[in-house]
Design a protein around this ligand. Sequence first.
Ligand code: AMP
Ligand code: MG
Length: 410
Amino acid sequence: MLPAAEAEAKILDLVSLPTEVEQVPLDAALGHILAHPIPSPLDFPHWDNSAMDGYAVRYDDVQGASAEAPVALTLTEAIPAGRSPTLPVGPGQAARILTGSMVPAGADTIVMQEVTQRQGDRVLVLEAPAPAQFVRHRGSYCRAGDPLMARGLAIGGPELAVLAAAQCIQVPVFPQLRVAILSTGDELVTPEMPLQPGQIVDSNQYALAALVRQAGAIPVSLGIVPDQPQALRAAIESALAQAEVIVSSGGVSVGDYDYVDEILAELGATLHICSVAVKPGKPLTVATFPAENGSAPLYFGLPGNPVSALVTFWRFVAPALRKRSGLGAGWGPVFVPAITRHALNAGGQRETYLWGRLEMAADGCSFELAGGGHISGNLINLAGTNALAIVPVGTQMIPAGETVRVMVVN
Ligand code: AMP
Ligand code: MG
């Protein structure tokens, strides 16, 4: 049994980075990962412009202005945002300017409206500004040619804003990873089937498809496979033809009908991991198939119990998917310290993951253990989970009020 951290490192080592690149239109880029760095095609801001509604002035004219000795300036023109100034500002002159308007030639400082008094075609300046005040200078955020965004960045709302501003209408991204999902077990049925005695619904198919999507990949749901070696072999072969990563649940224990490892070996896969010292989730199979065009298809055989399947996905599969998808950094889970509100019990032999909610407050984080049984077959108290508290190997109980390491799961 491999310790969790070693298993994680070993898995990430097996995962290659993507090499293919595709172009997607800007409005379809959400959730993709940038495959090339994006240099800025333009200066940001594109021209000197005003950060305030007010008047564009020459600093030298107004440096002595005060309420007692206001400086009177003659107005040249009003410059709305979106239009070029038509006149320079000479000594003794000012232009009316609005937020975002281009600063006219000759002016170097903006006086905000609140410290002025308008008198027809003149304006009185009642306070001395700082030199260059409220001018956003051309290129002060970023210069043309400077890097705007790095390769490996996940594209969300802020990144789309930057790409749009840079007029990047075709975005170079890594193709989204396709992840096949198989559920093994004679007892499994789809949710619309009337349940016969002994049957249960294949809930893992839904949970795993959702987590694959959350990890930025495309789930290919391949349904239920009966516990028959030939059916399992055919299902894995079909999955290999459609996806780069296969995630199955069930059939990896030592039971009479657990065929996954045997079939993987038959199909020429290399088994790298068969069990990890975590609870829930001990029987975890990780294998690779011989590489075709550069990258080796990956196989994750998760335990069937619904909680075990989710915990092992969060802990070991999601980081692998993030790396394989081309994400530049932050593959692993996020761990934070939190005060546990309940005592946490564990066996002490394996790293134990207890599910519940991480609450963030001004005075720090706390962990609220989900009520009900913490056994791997009980999926009912999983709803609402956003974190797993971790009890390390060698510890049997963490009392309420103590700080515990918590893994954030969504
Ligand atoms: P296994 O790992 O195949 O021995 O399955 C362990 C337990 O998980 C059994 O009680 C199964 O009925 C249950 N199980 C297996 N696969 C699924 C699934 N896809 N959805 C829900 N429960 C499952
Ligand atoms: Mg089974």
